[in-house]
Design a protein around this ligand. Structure first.
Ligand SMILES: [Zn+2]
Length: 104
């Protein structure tokens, strides 16, 4: 597990993208640098209850997350966080996940 989720940021205007784009939709250049976003705010939850061909599938929650200074991304949610919750983002096996920030 690694902290944060990798995104691509336009070197010219700073717009963040996930997944990578061929061209920046704001300034139309194609010069991206890798960056990471470490937290975001949950905007919407989607529950995936069934997947064809999967017999051991447990319902999974996907969160649409507005990242800080970055793009909106969809991550697997590891807890019961709802809309408005600030979550920490991390990667497992190249897939993006999120869970509520631990309260100190
Ligand atoms: Zn740009």
């Amino acid at each position: 597990m690694s902290a944060g989720v990798g995104i691509w940021r336009c070197r010219t205007c700073g717009t963040g993208y996930f997944p990578e784009r061929l061209l920046c939709s704001r300034c139309h250049t194609h010069d991206f640098v890798p960056d990471r976003v470490i937290e975001g705010v949950v905007e919407e939850i989607t529950v995936i209850r069934h997947v064809l061909g999967q017999t051991d599938w447990a319902p999974r929650r996907l969160a649409s997350v507005r990242t800080v200074n970055g793009p909106r991304i969809t991550v697997g949610l590891r807890d019961e966080s709802g809309p408005g919750t600030v979550i920490e983002l991390f990667e497992e096996g190249n897939a993006p996940f999120g869970a509520a920030k631990a309260v100190p």
